[in-house]
Design a protein around this ligand. Sequence first.
Ligand SMILES: NC(=O)c1ccc[n+]([C@@H]2O[C@H](COP(=O)([O-])OP(=O)(O)OC[C@H]3O[C@@H](n4cnc5c(N)ncnc54)[C@H](OP(=O)(O)O)[C@@H]3O)[C@@H](O)[C@H]2O)c1
Length: 304
Amino acid sequence: MIFGASGLLGRSVMRAFGDMTVTGTGLSRTAGGLVAVDATSADAVTGLLGRVRPDVVVNCVGERRPALWAGSPEKARAGNVEAARLIAEGARAFGARLVHVSSDYVFDGTAPPYRPGSPPNPLNEYGRWKLLAEYAVRAACPDAAILRLPVLYGRVQFAGETNLTEIARQVAAGAPVELDDVCVRYPTHADEAAEVCRRLAGALLHGRHPGRVVHWSAEQGLTKYRMALLIARRFGLPAGHVRAGAADAACGDRPVDCRLDAGNLPAALGPVCRRLFDTEFPPAVEPWLTPAGPAGGRRKEDPS
Ligand SMILES: NC(=O)c1ccc[n+]([C@@H]2O[C@H](COP(=O)([O-])OP(=O)(O)OC[C@H]3O[C@@H](n4cnc5c(N)ncnc54)[C@H](OP(=O)(O)O)[C@@H]3O)[C@@H](O)[C@H]2O)c1
């Protein structure tokens, strides 16, 4: 069972488990046979797990959009922390293996690279919620695998769904814009992260445990400004309107460099198809280089 299957990562995870019998859940987006479940409702989570009795659960539920952290903090906290706890309790109660997805934002970004055992020290609410979620998962389901990931990109449904497509839209729009050139991110393709989820789930099902907390990350580090320059160069767009800035670093609640060290996870999982940013970003951003995007470009609840 994939909780959060309608999201960026969840859609990729659904594809990665495509040869299996999978139940996917969504909250506001339930097209394509997804089950509508509010993961902050104990009855809803327990009821569904009790009916389906999955062998393995992957939890991709999360609320990671900054506008919602500020606008509805209680709701965002519940979507990150309560949902994680309830799903972990349910997985344990019904004997399912659990892969829980967490974030590099549990670290403060001052001392990379970060290993799974490095001390967390989140700088913002989202990072604190992701860390509280990890603690709740560990308490409720001690054998769960907690997978920390860096910023993701891939096939999006609206431009604001990833930083990368939002940056592409800003490059294409041509209006003056300043993008941070201090904070380093390691954009990782959602399909690659999904393959890791699948391999982790397979390992757990076969009684192997690659680690209770594990890391996965692409290796190429880029700032938002560098991503913009790559997009402009690849598509022959002017970049004179894009200035290098330091806004993310200056605001104090964005980590500067959370490079994740995956340790021996690649060896433990077997060969995972590495997706290089330089070859994977063009198809991810190309549909969003027109102001409207492929289908109007924004969904109703897109806050960005
Ligand atoms: N995207 C990144 O850059 C990134 C980086 C590191 C870690 N992560 C983590 O990876 C996981 C997946 O992220 P994502 O990027 O795929 O997020 P996303 O695109 O925003 O999708 C979030 C998913 O959670 C669902 N959801 C939200 N609140 C819910 C609730 N109360 N009950 C049930 N479902 C709820 C959403 O459902 P609807 O959309 O149907 O409402 C959607 O399926 C999260 O844990 C996130 O923290 C993401």
